[in-house]
Design a binder for this molecule. Structure first.
Ligand code: ADE
Length: 239
């Protein structure tokens, strides 16, 4: 898996790149690279954005700047790139990320994430250079960097070797092993804290009963989720 993140703030990813599951995934063969739009701008003074035609607040990332950065990284006209690589523009109105979307992206050999800033992208960037528009939720962030970290985190932790324990990503929330339901609750020591006791079944050592209890808890959480405002029963998440 190869992920390239195009951003004005590659230094924002330093902490993220050092996280154990990320470094594990990289050691296991994944690649995570960063391209700073500003390093490739054809404009003077490091300019990357401009005021919107028609007026309005904020600044818009320029199409010629993004084109130059993509060309520098891949050595081709970026309109040819979309035929051979998933290029995702991070934008609040895009397809909302969920576990199925993460699986889809994790199965790609390579993806590119384009971070916007300020008011976002010149629309021609999305129309001509991107295969997808991706949102991490229906709210507006100041830029795509946090969204890119969310996407990278969700993908990289699914790759073989990223998590310490081989089974950790198998039976987790929304996985096929739990039939798409949220994960069951976890408890650890102490078994009793201020009278708040851990469910007896988990202390029983009876594995079949524990499995059954966990499936049931997972199903109950799914029912709650489907009934709650903003839960999965309230829309398909596509914008
Ligand atoms: N950029 C700004 N807000 C965003 C969001 N919610 N998802 C993805 N990219 C964004």
């Amino acid at each position: 898996m190869e992920i390239d993140v195009f951003t004005l703030f590659p230094e924002a990813f330093e902490w993220f790149s050092e996280q154990r599951h990320v470094s594990n995934a990289l050691e296991a063969g994944a690649r995570l690279g960063y391209v700073n739009y500003r390093d490739h701008t054809p404009l003077s003074g490091g300019q990357v954005d401009d005021t919107p035609f028609g007026g309005g607040a904020g600044m818009v990332l320029r199409v010629d700047v993004v084109e130059a950065a993509l060309r520098a990284r891949y050595g081709v006209d970026p309109i040819e790139l979309v035929g051979r690589r998933r290029v995702l523009a991070l934008t609040p109105g895009g397809r909302v990320l969920d576990d199925a979307f993460v699986d889809e992206l994790a199965a790609e050999p390579a993806i590119t994430l384009l971070c916007g800033r300020y008011e976002g992208f010149d629309e021609r960037i999305i129309e001509r250079f991107a295969t997808d528009r991706l949102s991490i939720g229906r709210y507006v962030l100041a830029g795509g960097e946090l969204a890119a970290m969310v996407v990278c985190d969700a993908i990289l932790r699914k790759l073989p070797g990223a998590l310490g324990h081989a089974d950790s990503a198998v039976e987790e929330s929304f996985s096929a092993a739990l039939e798409g339901a949220p994960e069951y609750p976890h408890y650890t020591r102490p078994a009793d804290h201020r009278g708040w006791r851990v469910p007896e079944v988990l202390l029983s050592g009876h594995h079949a009963k524990i499995r059954e209890w966990r499936r049931e808890q997972s199903r109950l959480r799914l029912e709650q989720d489907l009934g709650s405002p903003g839960g999965r029963g309230s829309g398909d998440g596509r914008g």
